[in-house]
Design a protein around this ligand. Structure first.
Ligand code: SF4
Length: 240
């Protein structure tokens, strides 16, 4: 664990050294966020934290955001989707469009997450993610530093080699703020309506968009890029 912490701190310091104020952390406020927020504080780096408030987040995530603001005394910039875009989407497809088809689920993710993320990254040269290799097949070949072929920025993945057990152990050992859904076996946390707890032996991301056919990539448009491009898919990818 000590080695992993040092490796992650080194990646964060390198990111700051290379990009300074061009760096941003779009934070999902899931399990990995607890570790990254604490490591950023340990490293003493003033990396701005933004989050995408899709309008459908679980109450536990809002509670966690508040706790982080109090605990670290930091500002969390909450970005909302474009009101007119959401209203047009709901008028055309209804509030539960994500259950209707993969295409409409991806549309919802695009409107509520991908477009706001684009705003979060505007004027930046690099961003930090909480992605880990073990999370899914689409992340197995991930590197610590990547060139983002979607946004054209440098992407740093300080937790790439952390297991879920490492994440949970760090949270417990350091008594850092965390999303209380973790205590109810939510491993990957997104919108309330699209996230469920997982059971023993299930894939860590099985709790996201579980109603979709299993050969559909469970990604929502924030991180994919190369893999999807290789599969001839247009969407970008998920992560937060
Ligand atoms: S996770 Fe679900 S509700 Fe949230 S943006 Fe994606 S489809 Fe929409």
């Amino acid at each position: 664990m000590k080695d992993k912490i040092e490796a992650s701190l080194a990646i964060l310091r390198e990111a700051w050294q290379q990009h300074g104020e061009g760096l941003v952390y779009p934070c999902s406020f899931g399990g990995e966020s607890s570790v990254l927020l604490d490591l950023i504080r340990q490293a003493g780096l003033p990396i701005p934290v933004v989050t995408l408030d899709t309008g459908r987040l679980p109450q536990e995530t809002y509670d966690f955001i508040d706790e982080v603001r109090r605990h670290y005394g930091i500002e969390v910039t909450m970005l909302f989707p474009d009101r007119e875009e959401v209203e047009a989407m709901l008028r055309a497809h209804g509030p539960n469009l994500f259950r209707t088809s993969v295409e409409l689920r991806q549309l919802c993710c695009k409107v509520r997450k991908v477009h706001p993320l684009g705003r979060a990254l505007e004027g930046r040269s690099a961003w930090i993610t909480g992605r880990r290799r073990e999370q899914s097949k689409t992340r197995e070949r991930m590197q610590a530093v990547e060139t983002d072929d979607v946004y054209g920025l440098t992407k740093y993945n300080p937790l790439l080699d952390w297991s879920w057990r490492d994440v949970r152990a760090y949270i417990d050992a350091h008594a850092v703020p965390y999303n209380r859904l973790l205590d109810r076996h939510y491993v990957s946390i997104g919108c309330a309506c699209c996230t469920r707890a997982i059971t023993v032996g299930e894939d860590p991301r099985a709790g996201r968009w579980w109603w979709e056919h299993e050969d559909v990539l469970s990604e929502c448009g924030l991180h994919v890029g190369r893999l999807r491009a290789a599969r001839g898919e247009n969407e970008q990818g998920e992560g937060i």
